[in-house]
Write a protein that binds this ligand. Structure first.
Ligand code: PFF
Length: 455
């Protein structure tokens, strides 16, 4: 696509909104509390925050700089900056990850869609065991899960076909503040429930004996990348539509602040409500956590059916704005680097993603094979989440940091970042983090986890 056809965001506000629309999604409300629950509570939260500030924020700035400099899809961007080398493969990993992440993302988004209906008509019981049994029964049914996954993917494709900017940007602008407000209301309700103190303690009091192992560090790192839509080129593509007038550092900080606040807020909603239920064990629930706990929170509210349905509508929309940015990565690649027409690219990527999503949709009881994979014994959905979030995205971030730190080089990146006297305090610190801290930390965490898995 010629440069002039690509278009740019209307303002920094437009960019921050679109990038936040990509960042805020299932990762904040479903992924974050789930990972906190699986990894021992408060200490995980601290490790997560450290990953966000010291690893992800510098890499977000780097991705945006590459994108704006090259105005390309990830593969095109790396080849433009270092033609004739194999660096394009770092972009290629991102394109593959966009496809892989979307395949399981659409399955969970399908659950959110179904829960709009379930909460609206009040089918989910306020009883803990019944709510859990309902979730297990629902996710174990093949036809409905396949249909929901398909509906989410087809809606994502539909929006991309019709043009993203005006539609999705406008929707996000309107709905994101409503989502934040609803989260605040629900969190206030949750912390005033009987038994909430125990949940707050679990969430806020770090117990480092549980968090300082490679598995937990890896989960926090992967979750931070996932939540900020980093490591697969989404932010690179979004940065490619930024104009020189907008300071990248300031925009990046805003996106990180919005995304992280919403994730933290989700924890304030889930853990106090969970612990208000006798016998609640956050580590045992897994991916069903929010779908099992939240209906019980709604059951304690006057007008709970209304609040519940509204909440799941917003969650579905938040998932849609993220899914769009995921699908856009392989689509932009086929258009920019292979000259495909948008319609063809969108339809083919959507169908291929659906094919890859089928085993994830069947991995919760609908198919024995995909629920207990041979040899590893895990379900296919968990394997996909681990492979893409915990490994592929941080690897993508590692490549970005090494590329900017040593190949494209810090001074060239800074030229882009400081264009038109942009605000960028701590630029030296940024250079050091990109060159030393980010690659070392990501490498150590990934390597340590792999070693732990093998031995
Ligand atoms: N950030 C999204 C979320 O938290 O739900 C998920 C996501 C979107 C991950 C786009 C990666 C990505 F490129």
């Amino acid at each position: 696509m010629a440069m002039s056809d690509r278009g740019t965001w209307g303002s920094r506000f437009g960019f921050v909104l679109a990038a936040s629309g990509s960042a805020v999604g299932l990762g904040n409300i479903w992924g974050f509390p789930t990972k906190v629950g699986q990894n021992g509570g408060g200490a995980f939260v601290l490790v997560y925050l450290a990953c966000v500030i010291f690893i992800c924020l510098p890499i977000l700035i780097a991705e945006l700089a590459i994108g704006r400099r090259t105005s390309s899809d990830p593969v095109g961007a790396y080849s433009k900056l270092r033609p004739g080398t194999r660096w394009w493969m770092a972009g290629g990993l991102g394109v593959a990850a966009g496809f892989g992440v979307l395949s399981f993302y659409s399955v969970i988004a399908g659950w959110a869609l179904a829960y709009i209906w379930f909460t609206a008509i009040g089918t989910v019981s306020s009883d803990a065991l019944e709510s859990a049994a309902f979730f297990t029964e629902f996710t174990g049914r093949a036809p409905i899960n396949l249909l929901l996954t398909f509906v989410m993917l087809a809606s994502t494709a539909g929006v991309l076909l019709g043009g993203i900017r005006s539609g999705i940007e406008r929707v996000s602008k309107l709905l994101m503040p409503v989502l934040a407000l609803l989260l605040i209301i629900l969190a206030i309700r949750a912390v005033t429930l009987p038994g909430a103190a125990e949940g707050l303690a679990y969430y806020l009091k770090p117990d480092f004996s549980k968090a300082l192992n490679f598995g937990t560090l890896n989960a926090a790192l992967g979750q931070a990348f996932f939540s900020l839509s980093l490591g697969l080129g989404t932010m690179l593509v979004y940065g490619s539509y930024l104009t020189k007038r907008e300071g990248i550092a300031r925009a990046a900080i805003m996106v990180v602040a919005v995304d992280t606040s919403l994730a933290l807020l989700a924890g304030f909603m889930i853990f106090p409500s969970g612990f208000s239920i006798p016998g609640f064990d956050p580590s045992a629930t897994g991916p069903g956590l929010i779908f099992i706990v939240l209906p019980q929170l709604f059951a304690t509210l006057p007008g709970g059916q209304f609040f519940g349905a509204t909440f799941f509508i917003l969650l579905t929309v938040a998932a849609l704005t993220s899914a769009i940015s995921l699908l856009e990565v392989p689509v932009a690649h086929l258009i920019d680097s292979h000259g495909w027409k948008r319609t063809r690219a969108v339809l083919i990527v959507m169908i291929a993603t659906f094919a890859l999503a089928i085993p994830s949709a069947l991995a919760n009881g609908a198919s024995d094979f995909f629920t207990h994979l041979p040899v590893i014994g895990l379900d296919f959905l968990t394997v996909m989440i681990t492979v893409w979030n915990d490994f592929a995205l941080p690897m993508g971030g590692l490549f970005t940091a090494v590329f900017v730190g040593y190949v494209w080089r810090i001074d060239n990146a800074l030229e882009e970042l400081l264009a038109e006297q942009a605000w960028f305090p701590g630029r030296q610190l940024w250079g050091m983090l990109i060159r030393y801290a980010c690659p070392a930390a990501i490498f150590l965490i990934i390597f340590g986890t792999l070693r732990g898995m093998i031995t």
